[in-house]
Design a protein around this ligand. Structure first.
Ligand code: 13P
Ligand code: SF4
Length: 322
């Protein structure tokens, strides 16, 4: 099944029949973004899932996002069109590894830390967490923790470094995980592209390996500091509506370009790395979405005890920040 003529209407009809709301992350295929009821970043979609009246949520994104929706709305049926759509970043720490990190930390004489987990983690990791965050509100979440408390921040090292730079906290301890897509958007490529187009704005996701290089370019005066923006995918969309530049270099997963171009068609949005595609996000094909709506699968289950232990951390996440 592909997105042929009449496909979007069929999806809308099937969704109505199931009393389903269709959510799509900004990295989804363009046709999936266009057919969804709501497209957005991780934080916006979590809030919509929590507030929705629909009895079924069809989450076009990756597995941890659908799990987060289930944690927030346990009474709803949550479907993901392909349950194998995982995330290399979420895979970079397990609940056992987190428990061992906490134990090691306190055994070395530190007081009990506050655990901050990025939303890109499994439900089992969230169950070991005090507060979750997304790239939209990571700084606000860390700022909400008393300055004298030690913080374990996981699993993304680049987002952690960004939060540390902004908050200036010396007591932030960062797990060395990464997303294979964003880590692959490197500083050398960003520098070459920025030098070839010195007037372009730079929109850089904080999960990128090149986030530090973007700030270095600004610090060295190679790119005016006001042209460098470290942003979540939702933040990029807001900035896209207001940019006065003819071109913008975008350092994130390439699916983002669809929303950016729609938001401001006058601007030439160009990827820093045009091969930065997340294979997991692209597993949600038009055919998989149709099948999900026709067959009611793949249903996402989170063990109720794990969900109950994770819920407080996820709820704090959706309450903090814009
Ligand atoms: P945001 O949508 O929160 O910016 O997240 C990016 C991401 O990599 C999700 O997998
Ligand atoms: Fe995970 Fe990276 Fe894909 Fe986002 S882009 S879902 S962080 S693997």
């Amino acid at each position: 099944l592909t997105a042929g003529p009449g496909w979007a209407e069929e999806v809308r009809r099937l969704a109505r029949e199931r009393d389903a709301v269709v959510l799509a992350h900004n990295y989804q295929r363009p046709e999936i973004q266009d057919v969804a009821d709501h497209t957005g970043d991780s934080l916006a979609l979590s809030r919509i899932a929590a507030a929705s009246d629909a009895s079924t949520i069809v989450f076009c994104g990756v597995h941890f996002m659908a799990e987060t929706a289930k944690i927030l709305a346990p009474e709803k049926t949550v479907l993901i069109p392909d349950a194998l759509a995982g995330c290399s970043l979420a895979d970079s720490i397990t609940a056992d590894e987190l428990r061992a990190w906490k134990a090691e930390f306190t055994a070395s004489g530190h007081p009990a830390p506050v655990v901050v987990s990025y939303v890109n983690t499994t439900a089992a990791v969230k169950a070991e967490t005090d507060v979750c965050c997304t790239s939209s509100n990571a700084v606000e979440v860390v700022d909400s923790i008393p300055a004298d408390r030690e913080v374990l921040f996981l699993p993304d090292q680049f987002l952690g470094a960004h939060v540390q730079r902004i908050t200036g906290r010396a007591n932030l301890h960062i797990w060395a995980g990464e997303c294979h897509v964003h880590a692959g958007i490197n500083g050398a490529t960003l520098t070459a592209k920025a030098q070839a187009d010195p007037d372009a704005d730079l929109f850089v996701h904080p999960e990128c390996g090149c986030a530090t290089s973007a700030l270095y370019l600004a610090g060295a005066g190679a790119v005016p500091a006001e042209q460098v923006h470290i942003l979540s995918t939702g933040g990029m969309l807001d900035a896209a509506k207001n940019t006065t530049k003819a071109s913008v270099l975008v350092a994130t997963e390439v699916g983002m370009l669809h929303q950016l171009r729609r938001a401001n068609p006058e601007v030439d949005f160009r990827p820093v790395n045009d091969r930065a595609a997340c294979g997991y996000m692209k597993m949600i094909t038009p055919g998989a979405l149709t099948r999900a709506l026709v067959e009611g699968r793949d249903e996402v289950h989170v063990d109720p005890d794990t969900a109950a232990r994770a819920r407080g951390a996820v709820q704090r996440m959706i309450e903090i920040g814009r």
